[in-house]
Design a protein around this ligand. Structure first.
Ligand code: GLA
Length: 387
């Protein structure tokens, strides 16, 4: 057995000679937020923080799960896989097992141990990372040979059915398909993707973590999704070719949605503008115009905060504090919203002082501690050891 990574000691005693070990990373998203479930574009990347799973075969039909970080275990049998109210963490693993069973794949019993250095609730998709790690581990264990995209879709379904969040495909896709030093420009309708080198020499990607996760996050996420669908329903009688907001224009919204429902109008307007903004941002990247790219990040924040209303006072505070800072090219809230991180593109030599200064202000204003991470763009899901 060859183990390829230092981080594995965290799995320690759980690794046996016949264990399968998988690393699956968290993700950032440069621009293109809440566009994935509207058939639009996103621009994520996998990062240097990941979930690790070791899966060890058993002789019986039991599944024994262990969370190293929570020091908690859950035992069940393959004939009794269902989602749990409490504890919550096994759902991300069981949801994937359920997908394999649904696909008619014969699974034998196993022990699985899980650990992650992705901060939970920070909007870096720790749940997608766990699901993808599990999907790769089971694919290897059962020797099924599903391709990467099939595994991504199974992981996404696990989130829908076992975590109850009707997420788009971005997080799981980024975790699996990420490539070192590249962002992935993904068309969430066709699932065609391109790798764009993310060349920001002299700058760093800094994540400023509000350290809050408001309980609205998953329920409001599903509501936003429904609001986008409601907008499409209002346009469709006049434009049957509009299958999702990807096909709609602001003019259509002005005509058919605004007179009927102002709130749905605002939600849909944000999505259409964000999709266009992403295409512009990709053109900026190609030209190497990082200034223009950064401005679009701020515009995204404003749209998410005012039109889509998925920000919160902590995220707004962090975005506003760096808005006029000449060392910050762009910043915005990232991911689903209602807490988690802002993503900032910051001049390398200013990173430490920025974190310190904003940290002091944040602590004063919100009475909370600011956490900060400098993210590196890394490879997607990797099997570190198999048998
Ligand atoms: C969450 C979801 C993704 C995506 C983002 C918002 O991370 O899991 O599918 O919708 O929110 O862009």
């Amino acid at each position: 057995m060859i183990i390829m990574e230092k981080a594995i000691p965290a799995l320690g005693e759980h690794i046996k000679s016949n264990s399968i070990i998988v690393r699956s990373p968290g993700r950032i998203n440069l621009i293109g937020e809440h566009t994935d479930y509207n058939d639009g574009f996103v621009l994520p990347a996998a990062i240097d923080k990941a979930a690790y799973i070791s899966l060890t075969p058993r002789e019986d039909n039991e599944i024994h799960l262990y969370s190293i970080d929570l020091k908690d275990n859950y035992k069940t049998s393959l004939s009794d896989i269902h989602s749990l109210k409490e504890p919550n963490w096994p759902n991300y693993l069981l949801g994937v097992v359920a997908q394999f069973i649904k696909a008619g794949i014969k699974i034998n019993g196993f022990d699985a141990a899980l650990t992650a250095d992705i901060p939970i609730g920070a909007g870096l998709s720790s749940s997608a990372a766990v699901e993808c790690a599990m999907a790769f581990a089971l694919n290897e264990y059962t020797k099924t040979g599903f391709d990467k995209l099939t595994l991504v879709k199974m992981a996404q379904k696990a989130e829908h059915e076992y975590a109850g969040v009707k997420c788009g495909i971005m997080d799981q896709f980024a975790s699996v398909f990420g490539k070192k030093n590249h962002v992935v420009r993904l068309d969430c309708r066709s699932l065609q993707y391109e790798y764009e080198p993310f060349d920001i020499s002299g700058y760093k990607i800094v994540l400023l973590d509000t350290n809050v996760k408001h309980s609205l996050a998953s329920s409001e996420y599903n509501v936003r999704r429904q609001q986008c669908e409601a907008g499409v329903v209002l346009i469709q009688p006049h434009h049957p070719e509009v299958k999702s907001l990807r096909d709609a224009t602001v003019e259509m919204l002005d005509k058919y949605v605004q007179p009927v429902d102002e709130l749905i109008y605002q939600r849909c307007k944000y999505v259409i503008e964000e999709n266009n903004r992403l295409l512009g941002a990709c053109a900026d990247l190609k030209k190497g115009d990082l200034k223009s790219f950064g401005k679009k990040m701020f515009a995204t924040h404003d749209g998410l905060s005012r039109l889509y209303e998925v920000s919160c006072k902590e995220l707004d505070f962090l975005a506003d504090r760096v808005r006029d800072n000449e060392n910050v090219l762009g910043a915005r809230m990232m991911g689903g919203g209602f807490g988690g991180c802002t993503i900032n593109i910051v001049k390398e030599e200013a990173v430490d002082s920025l974190i310190e200064q904003v940290g002091i202000l944040y602590n004063k204003a919100m009475n909370k501690e600011l956490k900060a991470y400098v993210a590196q763009i890394e490879e997607g899901t990797t099997i570190l050891s198999s048998n």
